[in-house]
Write a protein that binds this ligand. Structure first.
Ligand code: FA5
Length: 369
């Protein structure tokens, strides 16, 4: 058996060291016995070693600059020249073996850590890849496109208007001059230069009349802005859908027919509505069409402000002044107009009890549609 194997169990790569300082070694025999003792203690220590940190502590104690082997090496000065040659060789063999054993133990710890990490990261490369996540339509967009389809089938053109509007289109052309108290009905975000964020989709009435000329049937869905307090049924940014029909001899009966068609297509069931007089400077007569609150079934809740009714669809016959602003002769033509609260309609249709959810961008909410 080689000298090294005699001391370290046949050259096995696991060693166990005892952390006891070697002091006062003066003879070859005591050095050899110290190495034997080191073998035994190294075995038990390496066996018991559970962490890379503990392994490092043992390495420093045995192989470090001031470690146990270094101390044996220092004591060699007391040996004879011949003894030193043999002992030096033995020490080198022991050192090499110890280093190999520590490296092997260290590699085992590294492998264990890697295996643990890989177990957590395990990927089956044979699985089919995940496709891209599919988006969905926003509830307001769903209802808007349904209503567009209904009105297109009734001969209406779908128009778009600018969100940054002139004061003229948003107010003056709609029979609301600067000193008119009705301007206060809609709190306005004013821009520098006299423009504003449109407070309703009604300015598209004027643009539509000029663009299409009579007779005309148009709708104009879009985003509107109001500088108002936000609560369960009021947003500062919401959607409306404007509608207008200009022809000869248009009456309130036509208006009611189209409003009924609109609601039955959206709800596809009976809903209770009420029509009451409403004031808007751009229609005469004007009406408010309310729907019985579908959140509380008319009992009263924060959405309907405990009234049981939700304002949804103001409408009326177009005021002659507005026709004139659109370049249409009111003696020859007349018509109706309405301004549907699209965001509130989406709330009623889907039973959404807080308007703020619609603009929240919260995926937990949006994924339901
Ligand atoms: C108007 O905006 C008129 N331009 C509608 C109109 C058009 C009348 C054509 C006559 C003829 P009103 O301010 O009431 O009207 O708003 C219309 C609808 O928008 C309301 O019935 C309501 O459903 C919705 N709405 C109003 N304010 C808010 C708000 N802050 N948040 C959400 N929806 C609102």
């Amino acid at each position: 058996m080689r000298e090294m194997d005699r001391h370290f169990g046949g050259g096995r790569a696991t060693l166990h060291l005892r952390v006891t300082p070697l002091t006062g070694m003066t003879s070859l025999e005591s050095m050899e016995s110290a190495l034997k003792e080191m073998e035994t203690s190294a075995k038990s220590q390496l066996d018991a070693c559970k962490t890379p940190e503990a392994l490092e502590a043992i390495r420093v104690d045995v192989l470090g600059r001031k470690g146990r082997l270094a101390q044996v090496s220092k004591s060699m000065g007391q040996l004879t020249h011949e003894q030193r040659g043999g002992m030096g060789k033995l020490l080198n063999q022991v050192k090499e073996l110890l280093e190999t054993a520590f490296d092997a133990r260290h590699a085992a710890f590294t492998r264990e850590a890697m295996a643990k990490r890989l177990a957590g990261e395990w990927v089956d490369l044979t699985l089919p890849a995940k496709g891209p996540l599919r988006g969905g339509l926003h509830p307001v967009t769903i209802i808007q496109s349904e209503i567009e389809d209904v009105f297109r089938s009734l001969g209406f053109t779908v128009l778009d208007g600018p969100e940054v509007e002139t004061e003229y289109h948003n107010f003056d052309a709609l029979n609301i001059p600067a000193d008119h108290p009705a301007r206060d009905m809609q709190d306005t975000f004013w821009m520098t230069g006299g423009n504003l964020l449109r407070t309703h989709t009604s300015p598209v009435q004027v643009r539509g009349m000029k663009k299409l000329g009579p007779p005309l049937r148009m709708i104009a869905p879009g985003r509107v802005f109001r500088n108002e307090e936000v609560d369960a049924s009021h947003e500062h940014t919401f959607y409306q859908l404007e509608g207008m029909m200009i022809d000869r001899d248009v009456s309130v009966a036509h208006l009611i027919y189209f409003m009924k068609t609109l609601l039955s297509e959206v709800f596809r069931r009976d809903v209770t509505v009420r029509l009451r007089p409403g004031y808007f400077p751009f229609v005469e007569p004007g009406f408010e069409l309310d729907i019985e609150c579908l959140i509380c079934g008319g009992k009263g809740c924060p959405v309907c402000k405990q009234s049981g009714w939700v304002e949804l669809l103001p409408c009326g016959l177009v005021h002659p002044n507005v026709l004139r602003q659109g370049g249409i002769d009111p003696d020859e033509w007349n018509g109706f107009a309405f301004g549907l609260g699209l965001t509130r309609l989406a709330m009623m249709r889907y039973g959404i009890d807080d308007i703020r959810l619609l603009m929240s961008g919260d995926l937990r909410f949006l994924n339901q549609f």
